[in-house]
Design a protein around this ligand. Structure first.
Ligand SMILES: *[C@@H]1O[C@H](CO)[C@@H](O)[C@H](O)[C@H]1NC(C)=O
Ligand SMILES: *[C@@H]1O[C@H](CO)[C@@H](O)[C@H](O)[C@H]1NC(C)=O
Ligand SMILES: *[C@@H]1O[C@H](CO)[C@@H](O)[C@H](O)[C@H]1NC(C)=O
Ligand SMILES: *[C@@H]1O[C@H](CO)[C@@H](O)[C@H](O)[C@H]1NC(C)=O
Length: 942
């Protein structure tokens, strides 16, 4: 197969994308379920809205009242008439009012208990004593000030009539001679002053009250008739020297503001300023807060018109004499059409629902990221040539696509079903908002995924985040937004929490949709962008997105490379560990090694020559590789690999034996680019592992110790994915995959098309080996490839490896001597960070195995006899094993002749019972044990 060269960025991206796609098709049902969630919620909302409409919006109470005006002989209604006259007060709200009623203008007057009386905290002068409160006869106070007291006095003398005037033939005109007031709160006007409709009396404010009796009169506004009492109340006009004093009285009279907590309210106050005969200037104080919670209600009645008219009329009389009058007969509103109740429920509960919908992607993305980390798939993909760049970009783009599709589905469902929440607001604005937010969400997932190593924990935490954010948003955050006294700065601070910024955005959409629906207008448009809190939400999301990306990248760099958290502060070009000049230290070690281990020294020499030639005849060349882990928590630095030199030509399988913890994995990790060597370097196909790792990966295969597979992908899909990473394309790729499946015996019975999660341990192992060999890599690392396999599969696997060996350099670690002997052309025994010996299995056995192993089993009382027997045969024998009557001895070959041993045993058999005995030549295992033991002992003392 031609060497296609390293896979380009787009090829790798394509491989990952296709893998993700087949992964998703496998998970199609969970995807459909995911997409259906917004759909269900939208349908639910529509259902709630329909229920609400049928029960509330369309109920008789929420429509203009109607009555049957004509029935036929069967008692059936033939003619229904609707209108305000047939309506209850609730229904009247909705009626069409083509000619609005007129009503006399009323002054806002404090209720009797709150009217100003003398009090310790008020500058007295003219106010009545507190006793009037008991009889309810406190006067209503008006304050005056101005530059000319005498002018002011004549004005306020003209203000209030001294008696009641009623003209029954023209009621409104007659009433206009009086000054009427009410203590009712000014609500929504509802086309009539609530003071007239309420049960409270209407006050007639006069300069003095002769009798306290009420004056009853009946009164009609349009079709409505009212029977009211006119009750006289005294109006008290007081002069203050300047406006500051007026202000002072009003200020102190405010109920919550004065020390005794008593209300001492006045009805109105006038500052006549520089008014004279030619000029009329006036400032009026009036209280428009006579309605709790009147915030955000623009059409609340303000009873100020009459007080303006009063003072104007007084001025006119001052100029023209008391015969001239300027009457203010009535107030009426503009006509209106019939309205209906339009409450958009989706907008009211939408923020909660849609917060959930959007946040729901968080656990999905997070668990997918954590899964690849938990199963260490990320690492194995990296080893097969998928760099960080393509991984992040493709994963990001991929999640972004899924998220975008998801919220577009949400918008489409919502609009199709008729939710005002989606229909009324500008679509482009909604799109941008969701798009920005899902970007932030993905970046957050990347960031947060570095904290978790278990899918389960991450999923649980993510769901708590999803539901918690929605509920907190609705039951805490929303109240704070609506509470205008809560500082805005804190709101913005809370919006830094991503769940709340999402909630806020949705809340604003909902508000605009709700208001728009109520008024029959549109929702939020781009021009409302800065009026709503949308702009701050957008800025917060963008900035957080950016920060989360940087933080995620930074943490990933630290975690994946084991770098110092401050790596970016260091100089980028510190002295490279790959410098090839032989150092003094190395010379020293060479001399030292030469004396002890000639085979290792020879290898070093070979490597040195190869390094100078820079030839690529050897696929793998390691030149004095070292790895030192820095000391932590007071422990000394750990030398994992102490200068390893090794050259493996193409076509050779090099077996690396060694006890656990000898540094084999550190070595493999350095060669596969997971760890940077502390010093020294390695060349793979002439490429430096320190600088050219990305190109090295394209010709490298790895079979890790633990199978790293996607449970839901099939064997074939695995091979396709890794084949693409190795830049195989088209028919070459399919052919390679086919061959590969066949060679590891996963082809028959369609095994290759079953998900890897269903494979047995052996099948997984074989798939891992197949993965490491796909695309004819020049270099393959196999970490214990046959662990956990039954003998048949193992044999099978060995044949595969043996076949693959032909034009590949393989480095293999194993604990099975049988495997090492069968597969490897050369062996190296690696102990405590350095090679102890190197050579082909036969050589090693010859070199280290200069002895026989004698084993004998007797009953335990005869152990002494056995020892004596061996002493006789060979005085230099060493006992290497002893347990319950079974003993093993090592007999140097030069001491012993086999026939002597047989004779000795025959003799012994006659004196005591021998259960079993044996004499064996050294096995590789014995060599291994011996080398490992001496190596460890040696290193402990060096
Ligand atoms: C105050 O007003 C009266 C008219 O009521 C006028 O005669 C008098 O000159 C004014 N005083 C001043 C200081 O302007
Ligand atoms: C009552 O109103 C009628 C009609 O405007 C008017 O003619 C009559 O003079 C009024 N009566 C009084 C006492 O003002
Ligand atoms: C108002 O001014 C007059 C004279 O300038 C003074 O006698 C009177 O005490 C003042 N009233 C108040 C309440 O300060
Ligand atoms: C205005 O009216 C409110 C509502 O009744 C009352 O609490 C408040 O004291 C009044 N303010 C003044 C300055 O009288």
């Amino acid at each position: 197969m031609a060497d296609a060269g390293p896979a380009s960025f787009s090829t790798r991206a394509n491989a990952l994308l296709r893998k993700n796609l087949s992964y998703q098709t496998r998970n199609i049902w969970s995807n459909i379920r995911l997409i259906m969630i917004p759909f269900y919620l939208c349908v639910l909302l529509v259902g709630i809205q329909a229920l609400f409409d049928s029960q509330i919006t369309n109920s008789a109470d929420n429509q203009c009242g109607c009555q049957c005006t004509l029935t036929n002989e069967n008692g059936k209604c033939v003619n229904r008439t609707c209108g305000i006259e047939y309506s209850s007060t609730d229904q009247a709200f909705f009626c069409s009012i083509p000619s609005p009623p007129q009503w006399p203008p009323l002054l806002q007057v404090p209720p009797p208990q709150s009217r100003a009386v003398r009090a310790s905290f008020l500058p007295e002068i003219g106010l009545p004593g507190e006793s009037c409160r008991r009889t309810g006869s406190c006067p209503v106070t008006f304050l005056f000030t101005g530059s000319n007291h005498s002018l002011g006095a004549s004005l306020y003398g003209n203000m209030l009539p001294s008696s009641v005037t009623v003209n029954s033939s023209d009621l409104l005109q007659g009433l206009a001679y009086n000054v009427l007031g009410t203590e009712t709160e000014a609500e929504l006007t509802n086309y009539l002053d609530p003071g007239i409709a309420s049960d409270l009396p209407i006050y007639n404010i006069q300069s003095r009250c002769i009798s306290n009796a009420a004056f009853p009169f009946s009164f009609g506004v349009g079709p409505l008739k009212f029977q009211k009492d006119l009750r006289c109340v005294q109006g008290l006009n007081l002069w203050r020297n300047n406006s500051k004093e007026v202000n002072d009285v009003i200020f102190k009279g405010y109920k919550k503001g004065n020390p005794e907590g008593k209300a001492n309210e006045i009805a109105a106050a006038y500052d006549l300023l520089n008014t004279n005969r030619n000029n009329f200037n006036v400032h009026i104080w009036y209280n428009s807060t006579y309605e709790e919670n009147s915030r955000n209600r623009p059409s609340t009645l303000v009873r100020v018109a009459r007080s303006v008219n009063l003072v104007s009329n007084a001025y006119l009389q001052f100029l023209q004499g008391s015969g001239t009058k300027m009457l203010f007969e009535y107030v009426k509103e503009m006509p209106k059409q019939e309205t209906s109740l339009r409450l958009d429920i989706a907008s009211l509960i939408g923020p909660l629902f849609f917060t959930w919908v959007i946040l729901l992607l968080f656990p999905v993305i997070l668990s997918s990221l954590v899964y690849e980390k938990q199963e260490r798939l990320r690492i194995i993909m990296k080893m097969h040539g998928l760099g960080d760049g393509p991984y992040w970009m493709i994963s990001y783009a991929y999640f972004l696509t899924i998220s975008t599709l998801y919220f577009i589905c949400l918008m489409i469902f919502g609009s199709a079903i008729g939710l005002k929440f989606f229909r009324l607001n500008d679509y482009s604005l909604q799109f941008v908002f969701y798009f920005l937010y899902v970007n932030l969400q993905i970046a957050l997932c990347f960031l947060v995924s570095s904290i978790f190593s278990k899918v389960k924990t991450s999923t649980v935490v993510a769901y708590i985040y999803v539901f918690g954010s929605g509920l907190l948003g609705t039951f805490l955050f929303q109240f704070l937004i609506q509470d205008s006294s809560f500082p805005r700065g804190w709101i913005i601070f809370m919006e830094l929490y991503p769940g709340f910024s999402l909630y806020r955005g949705l809340y604003e959409f909902a508000q605009f949709a709700f208001q728009g629906n109520l008024r029959g207008a549109d929702g939020m448009k781009w021009k409302d962008f800065s009026d709503s809190a949308m702009d701050e939400v957008f800025y917060i999301i963008i900035v957080e997105w950016f920060l989360a990306l940087i933080a995620a990248y930074y943490i990933d760099k630290i975690v994946s490379s084991g770098k110092d958290p401050m790596f970016f502060l260091k100089k980028p070009f510190k002295k490279s560990p790959s410098m090839r000049k032989p150092s003094l230290q190395r010379q020293g070690s060479k001399v030292f090694v030469e004396m002890e281990k000639p085979d290792v020294a020879q290898e070093i020499e070979k490597v040195e020559k190869l390094m100078l030639e820079a030839s690529t005849s050897h696929a793998i060349v390691c030149d004095n590789l070292k790895k030192v882990y820095p000391g932590r928590d007071g422990n000394p630095p750990k030398m994992a690999v102490r200068g390893l030199s090794l050259a493996v030509p193409s076509g050779e399988c090099f077996g690396m034996l060694g006890p656990n913890g000898a540094g084999k994995t550190s070595f493999i990790n350095m060669m596969t680019g997971l760890l940077k060597p502390t010093s020294g370097t390695g060349l793979v196909q002439g490429l430096d592992i320190c600088n050219d790792m990305d190109r090295v990966y394209t010709s490298m295969g790895v079979c890790p110790q633990h199978d790293l597979l996607w449970e839901t992908l099939t064997g074939r899909e695995h091979l396709l994915f890794y084949g693409r990473l190795k830049n195989l394309k088209g028919s070459v790729l399919t052919q390679a995959v086919e061959e590969s499946l066949r060679s590891v015996n996963l082809f028959h019975g369609g095994v290759g098309d079953k998900p890897a999660g269903k494979y047995s341990g052996g099948m997984k192992r074989r798939l891992s080996v197949a993965i490491s060999l796909i695309g004819n890599p020049k270099v393959v690392y196999m970490d214990e490839p046959s662990t956990g396999l039954d003998p048949a599969s193992r044999k099978n696997l060995w044949t595969v490896i043996k076949r693959a060996k032909q034009n590949t350099a393989i480095i293999l670690t194993t604990h099975s001597m049988e495997e090492a002997e069968f597969l490897c052309d050369r062996l190296g025994i690696f102990v405590d960070g350095s090679l102890q010996c190197i050579g082909n299995p036969k050589e090693l056995k010859g070199r280290y195995g200069g002895s026989y192993v004698f084993t004998m089993t007797t009953s335990s009382e005869h152990e002494g006899n056995v020892e004596k027997l061996i002493q006789d045969v060979s005085p230099n024998a060493k006992k290497i094993y002893h347990i319950a009557g079974t003993q093993k001895f090592e007999l140097p070959k030069e001491d012993v002749r086999i026939s002597e041993v047989f004779q000795a045993v025959e003799k012994a058999k006659s004196t005591f019972t021998v259960f079993a005995w044996g004499l064996a030549d050294t096995t590789l295992e014995d060599v291994f044990i011996k080398v490992a033991r001496t190596g460890q002992a040696f290193n402990v003392f060096s």
